[in-house]
Design a protein around this ligand. Structure first.
Ligand SMILES: [Zn+2]
Length: 337
């Protein structure tokens, strides 16, 4: 992604803040002042998992180092428990579900006061990171969502390629995209301002389909990484009777299948019968011209020119600006070519 405007603005915001640094275990990604380092803000998506692992390893070491968990820290599930509790601690209430606590009941049995103190301490740490990173995110979101969209010329929602996400400013009204966190900020707040974790997206994909699915646990394609753009390889099949399917679905990887499932790509795309109808209708007219040798009365025109005139919106499609271009291309190729 292009980041020129983002870099200028985020640095301005970050430099204005004062930070209270109470946890040094995240020092590879934060300066001694507590300011997030550039390697966190401009972290490549391929390194997200590494940072999460680093965070939890260092957090476990830190907790062990406090000397407060000497009885329970040797339990084989201690590390997993710390990670689960941190991720699941609700950032609004700080609560943990009873079923999650029950999952670690054998740690609780060893020493219940240590167990309860652990929950309390993890809650405080989660709130510290929440306050720092989600507040930072809140202060950049309004300005920078627009800039990310404009600087990177993102016109269509990267998740579905169906809905427009361009910014519209008209007198007092501004319409702008949602800014989705690829890895949810409620679970991994330290990634809340990481540039590649922010996806300007449509409300359907962000709030209705993706919701709180944890993309760290359930792997998905990153739609802004050209190598992971599924729409470049997606082919649709028209089987008559208005039925449209994704072609050769069984050959897709698990990650690709998961993406299609989460964002309901097949169901949503196949509901756009108006595109199919338009191509079928134009094809009928085009074939009529072909069959009745209308060109004989107009010798300066070739069949190729006629085809380009009739199907101009399906030839030379701009993938960045035309919604569902992969569906349009597939149907055109199948029905007309
Ligand atoms: Zn979308």
């Amino acid at each position: 992604m292009q980041t020129k405007l983002y870099i200028q603005d985020i640095n301005q915001i970050l430099n204005k803040k004062t930070y209270l640094s109470t946890y040094s275990f995240f020092s590879d990604y934060e300066e001694t002042t507590g300011k997030p380092k550039d390697n966190l803000i401009y972290l490549d998506y391929s390194k997200f998992d590494e940072v999460i692992l680093y965070f939890f390893n260092r957090l476990v070491d830190y907790l062990k180092g406090t000397g407060n968990y000497t009885n329970i820290q040797r339990h084989r599930d201690f590390e997993k428990c710390v990670e689960d509790f941190f991720v699941a601690t609700a950032i609004s209430s700080g609560n943990l579900s009873q079923s999650l606590k029950d999952k670690y009941s054998d740690i609780y049995i060893i020493n219940n006061s240590e167990f309860n103190n652990l929950i309390e301490e993890i809650k405080n740490i989660k709130f510290f990171f929440k306050d720092k990173y989600i507040n930072l995110y809140d202060s950049i979101r309004n300005k920078l969502g627009e800039k990310l969209q404009q600087e990177n010329e993102i016109f269509l929602c990267p998740y579905c390629q169906r809905n427009y996400v361009n910014v519209i400013q008209e007198n007092s009204i501004t319409i702008k995209p949602d800014l989705d966190h690829f890895y949810p900020k409620a679970k991994y707040p330290f990634l809340a301002i990481t540039l590649e974790n922010l996806i300007p997206s449509c409300q359907v994909c962000n709030s209705r389909l993706k919701k709180e699915i944890d993309f760290y646990k359930i792997k998905h394609l990153h739609p802004l990484k050209p190598t992971e753009n599924i729409f470049k390889k997606l082919d649709f099949l028209y089987l008559g009777n208005k039925n449209i399917y994704i072609k050769d679905k069984s050959t897709l990887s698990d990650k690709e299948k998961q993406y299609l499932k989460t964002f309901r790509i097949e169901e949503i795309y196949s509901s756009h019968i108006e595109i199919l109808d338009d191509i079928l209708e134009k094809n009928k007219k085009y074939n009529y011209v072909k069959k009745h040798h209308i060109l004989k009365t107009c010798p300066s025109m070739s069949m190729r020119t006629i085809k380009e005139l009739v199907f101009h919106e399906y030839i030379n499609i701009d993938d960045k600006k035309v919604p569902m271009s992969s569906l349009r291309k597939s149907l055109f190729k199948q029905i007309v070519n």
